[in-house]
Design a protein around this ligand. Structure first.
Ligand SMILES: [Zn+2]
Length: 243
């Protein structure tokens, strides 16, 4: 089981960058929760652990010591940018990063850019606590600028948050080589029209409908105990009549 550590930047009394009605801590939390939900639902053999799943304040050292203690296989710290510039996406590794951190940054950066588009500010190295103190491959992503009007507009769109989430998921999946969960069951329930009988059941469904045991609607829907009771009651009356 791979352990992925997602660190939502800031939180609680520390909102991070604030502009245009956006708080960096909120965007970071939304993206982090989305990564956990999507990755655990769609991929095998992976657990996503979070520095925080609510709006609480954590010191930087708490974040890295928890991730190190958990023995996470990789760490991604989620942030938004501020402080001028023309907007866009950039990522950071430690200045003396391991080969695996460099590889994680490259795969993750390209995957996010592929989904997000816009300005690519590059794969950078900086002496930041989160990427320095993490014992596992670690990358910090800066997902658009809250104080650049065009970026702030984008961060308010659900489709853009979705692209950031999906980009991170795809990057981590590629780095770890995760396999998709089998889709058969999901596909069947998603694509089935419950108002049309399955081919194998057509004759039987016609018969039980004509005899009045079922009313002919929703052949593909699940049945409750009380509905089954009604069918049994009709069946008993039918047997009485023909007997
Ligand atoms: Zn930040």
């Amino acid at each position: 089981m791979f352990k992925v550590w997602i660190d939502a930047g800031h939180g609680g009394k520390d909102p991070g960058a604030v502009a245009y009605g956006l708080q960096e801590k909120d965007v970071a939390l939304k993206v982090s929760l989305g990564i956990k939900e999507r990755m655990e639902a769609a991929y095998e053999n992976v657990q996503v652990l979070l520095s925080r799943s609510t709006d609480v304040f954590l010191e930087l050292r708490e974040r890295t010591s928890k991730a190190n203690a958990a023995g996470a296989d990789l760490l991604v710290s989620i942030h938004c940018n501020a402080g001028g510039g023309k907007g866009g996406f950039e990522s950071f590794r430690y200045t003396s990063a391991s080969q695996n951190s460099i590889k994680l940054q490259d795969v993750l950066h390209k995957a996010v850019m592929a989904k997000l588009g816009g300005t690519d500010r590059g794969q950078k190295a900086q002496n930041l606590h989160m990427v320095r103190e993490s014992k596992m491959p670690a990358v910090l992503t800066e997902n658009l600028f809250v104080d650049v009007a065009a970026d702030a507009d984008r961060l308010k769109q659900a489709s853009v948050i979705d692209a950031i989430i999906e980009g991170h998921v795809q990057g981590i999946v590629a780095y770890l080589g995760l396999k998709s969960k089998a889709k058969e069951v999901k596909t069947m329930t998603q694509e089935r029209d419950i108002n049309v009988p399955s081919m194998w059941a057509e004759t039987t469904w016609k018969e039980v409908t004509e005899k009045g045991f079922f009313d002919g609607t929703r052949p593909g829907a699940l049945v409750t105990r009380e509905e089954l009771g009604a069918v049994v009651s009709r069946l008993l009356k039918y047997v009485d009549q023909i007997g």
